[in-house]
Design a protein around this ligand. Structure first.
Ligand SMILES: Nc1nc2c(c(=O)[nH]1)N[C@H]1C(S)=C(S)[C@@H](COP(=O)(O)O)O[C@H]1N2
Ligand SMILES: [Mo]
Length: 209
C-alpha cells in the first residue's frame, strides 16, 4: 500500500503553555541553563527510514486487545500543535519549542487499557526504553510528536515519531517510538536502570534515583 504524504495534513492549531509566562527565570528549573541550540542526545545509533511502509507502533501488555498502528492509522487521528519548554537532565533547557502530534489522550481512545495497568514502558527502535506512569501521561501536553517547528522531525531528533512529555526530563521523551507496553506497576527503562530517577520531575530535580 502506498501512503499519502502525511505531512500535508492540515493541523488543528492549539497553544498549550505548561509554565506561567511572567518571567523567563521562573520557567527554568533548578540547576538548568538555557540554550537556543537544540542539542542531540542519543545513546547508540540513529535509525534512518527510507519509507514508512514498514514502520508501525505496537500496543501490548495489559490491554484488552494487542494492536499495531500503521503510519496511516496514526495520521488519521486528531492532531495538536503546542509550544512548550523542554529540560534535559544534562542541564540544558530550551524555551518555546513547538511540536505537532497526536495528543496522548486521543491516542488512548483507540486502546482498551486494562484496569490493572498503572505504567507504560515505551519501546524504541534499537532497544531504548523508558518508563512512565499512566497518570503522568494523562495530561494535555503529552503527545506523539511528528513535527518540530512545523517540519518533520529530523532523524537525530526522532523521525518519524517521538513521545513528548515536556513536564519530565527529556530522556522520558523517547525518540523513534515503536511500542507501548502497559504494565501493572513500574519497571525501569534504559536510563532508569543506569541510575536515573524513576519519575524525573525537573522542578523537583529528580535526576538520579
Ligand atoms: N530512542 C531514544 N530516545 C531518546 C534517547 C535515546 O538515546 N534513544 N535519548 C533521550 C535523552 S537522554 C534525551 S535528553 C532526549 C534528547 O532528545 P534530542 O536529541 O531531540 O534533544 O531524547 C531522549 N530520547
Ligand atoms: Mo538526556
Amino acid at each position: 500500500m502506498r501512503l499519502e504524504n502525511p505531512f500535508k495534513k492540515v493541523e488543528r492549531l492549539k497553544r498549550v503553555t505548561n509554565v506561567p509566562k511572567t518571567g523567563q527565570g521562573e520557567r527554568v528549573p533548578p540547576g538548568q541553563f538555557l540554550t537556543d541550540r537544540f542539542p542531540v542526545l542519543t545513546y547508540g545509533p540513529t535509525p534512518h527510514y527510507d519509507s514508512l511502509d514498514q514502520w508501525d507502533l505496537r500496543v501490548f501488555g495489559l490491554v484488552g486487545e494487542e494492536k499495531t498502528f500503521s503510519w496511516a492509522d496514526l495520521m488519521a487521528m486528531p492532531t495538536q500543535t503546542q509550544t512548550v519548554d523542554i529540560h534535559c537532565v544534562t542541564r540544558w533547557s530550551k524555551l518555546d519549542t513547538t511540536w505537532t502530534g497526536i495528543p496522548w489522550r486521543e491516542f488512548l481512545r483507540h486502546i482498551d487499557v486494562r484496569p490493572e495497568a498503572t505504567h507504560v514502558l515505551v519501546h524504541c527502535e534499537h532497544g531504548y526504553t523508558t518508563n512512565i506512569g499512566l497518570d503522568v501521561l494523562d495530561d494535555d501536553d503529552t503527545m506523539l510528536a511528528y513535527l518540530y517547528e512545523g517540519k518533520p522531525l529530523t532523524p537525530e531528533h526522532g523521525y518519524p515519531m517521538r513521545l513528548l512529555v515536556p513536564k519530565k526530563y527529556f530522556w522520558k521523551s523517547a525518540k523513534w517510538i515503536r511500542g507501548f507496553e502497559f504494565m501493572a506497576g513500574d519497571r525501569p527503562g534504559f536510563w532508569e536502570r543506569y541510575g536515573y530517577h524513576m519519575e524525573g520531575d525537573p522542578w523537583k530535580e529528580e535526576r538520579f534515583g
